[in-house]
Design a protein around this ligand. Structure first.
Ligand code: SF4
Ligand code: SF4
Length: 129
């Protein structure tokens, strides 16, 4: 049987950049119960005064994909980066989106991560430099 993917899955499955530590320093978890679930799956969790956080880069990231996808936390389910929104709304084609993902990956090979972060800020987060 052929698998079908939603538009977001079809781009994210070739990306995974928001789980690799360059986009977020940590990911806020809903509550202690969700934190316990993530710990039981072997993921890094930190407790701070203001809540529980999933440590980034995320231990569940396997290549470009999430190995706990069916059990991923609520904030991972909700998050859509600007690039994904642009792709879903037809502002960017899949080829343009994949080119930007490749550009970040290419720049990440450099010791200086700032050029990769700059592309992420502009195209994935919509921040003005
Ligand atoms: S950075 Fe954007 S396109 Fe890439 S996996 Fe995350 S949400 Fe999907
Ligand atoms: S749990 Fe999965 S979707 Fe969430 S940050 Fe980790 S790898 Fe990404």
């Amino acid at each position: 049987m052929e698998m079908t993917f939603s538009k977001s899955q079809s781009l994210c499955i070739d990306c995974g950049l928001c789980c690799g530590g360059l986009v977020f320093e940590d990911v806020e978890l809903r509550d202690a119960e969700e934190a316990l679930t993530m710990e039981s799956l072997g993921l890094g969790v930190e407790e701070e005064e203001d809540g529980f956080f999933l440590v980034q880069p995320c231990r569940a990231l396997n290549g470009k994909q999430c190995r706990v996808y069916e059990h991923r936390p609520e904030c991972c389910r909700r998050f859509e980066c600007l690039l994904l929104k642009d792709y879903k709304q037809g502002v960017k084609s899949k080829a343009e989106a994949l080119d930007l993902i490749d550009e970040v990956r290419d720049k990440m090979k450099s010791v200086d991560k700032e050029p990769a972060r700059r592309v992420i800020r502009k195209h994935f987060l919509g921040w003005l430099d």
